[in-house]
Design a protein around this ligand. Sequence first.
Ligand code: SF4
Length: 378
Amino acid sequence: MPQDIALYIHVPFCRHKCNYCSFVSYEHREADIPAYLRALAAELTRHANGVWVQSIYFGGGTPSLLSPTQIGDIITDIRQLYSVAATAEITMEANPGTVSLEYLSTIRGVGINRLSLGIQSLNDAELALMGRSHTGDEAREAVRMVRHAGLANLNLDLIYGLPGQSLTDWRRTLEAASALEAEHLSVYGLSLEPETPLWQAVQKKEIPAIDPDMSADQYELTEEMLAAHGYQHYEISNWARPGYKCRHNLTYWQNQPYLGVGVAAHSFIKGHRLANTGNLDKYLAAFSDNPAAARDTDEEISPQLQLAETIILGLRLCDGLSLDGILIRFGVDLLEYYQQPVTEMVKVDLLECTNRQLRLTRRGRLLSNEVFWRFLPQ
Ligand code: SF4
C-alpha cells in the first residue's frame, strides 16, 4: 500500500543574507547550483520507494534563483520517480526582484500552481532594516506579475514585531497587504536569532529590542483586521480565503509523513525523523561519493513522543485536535491521559474543549508555548 507524503525540496541559495536570517541559505554560491541539482536528483532517486506524493514544496533559500527549466526538470524527475496525485499542490517560494512575468508564466507552465512571495513588509524603511533586497513597490509589482501570469493561488509572507515598529506602522502594512488580495497570508513575529546582524544591532543598542507587549498587540490586530478582510484564521500564523489553506503545511501540522530532500531537509517517515546535513559542501560531496553521508540524524520517535508532537502540532490549528482522531491513531483518551494539565489549562483560559475538539483559546494562541511544553514527556 503506497504511503501518502508531502515532498519538500530545499533550495539553499540566496542573493544575499537578510539581517534576521538563520535559515540554511548560502550567498555567493550560485555557481554550485548545477552540482546541487545533480545531488537533488540522486537523493530523489534514493527515496523513490512506494510513496504517493500529495504536495510538493520548493522552499529556501530562494528557489526563484533556479531557472524555470531547472524547476521543470526537478518536477519531471519527481513525476517519473514517484506517483504524484493529479491534484497535487505544487508551491514555490520566490522573492520580489527575482521574478519576471516571463519567468512566472514559464514556471506555471512546468507545473507550479501555488506561489509564496516573501514580501515581509511593504514599508521601505522596514525592508531596509531587515536587509531585504527589494522595495515595497517591487513587491507590489511582483504580485501584479503573478496575476498576469495566471497563478491563482498566492501566499504572501509578512513579519511583525520589528524593533521600533508601532501599531500604526503594522496597521498600514496589513491594510496594504490585504489590498493585494492574496489567497493566503503567513504572518510571523520576528524572532531575533543569535549572531544575526539584527540581533547584534540590538545587543549594541543601535536599535531598540523587540517589545513583546507591542508584538502581542500587533498579533491581536492581525486577527481582527484579517477577519474583517474575509480571511479565515486557520493556524496560529496562517490565514486563508475559503478553500485556500496550504495543503502541504497541513501535513506538518497533522503530523503526517513528509519527505525532505536537499541540504538541511528533514523527513518524518515510518516513525523516524531524519535530518540531512546543513553543510552544503558536505551534502554535495556526499552525493558524488557516499549518499548515506548526507544524513546527519535518524531518530526513532517513540509512540509517546509522537502523541505529544501530534497534540502540539494539532493545537496550532484553530480548529484544534479531534479527540476521536487521537483515540483512533494512538488508542489514547487524551482527556484522561493528560487530565491534570488539560484541566488546569482550561481553568486559566488557555484551552477549550467543545464537540470533542480540543483547541487553544484566543489567549492560548498568544501564550502557545506555555501550553505546548505541558504535553511533552518528562
Ligand atoms: S531570502 Fe529568506 S532564506 Fe534568503 S537570506 Fe533572506 S530570509 Fe534567509
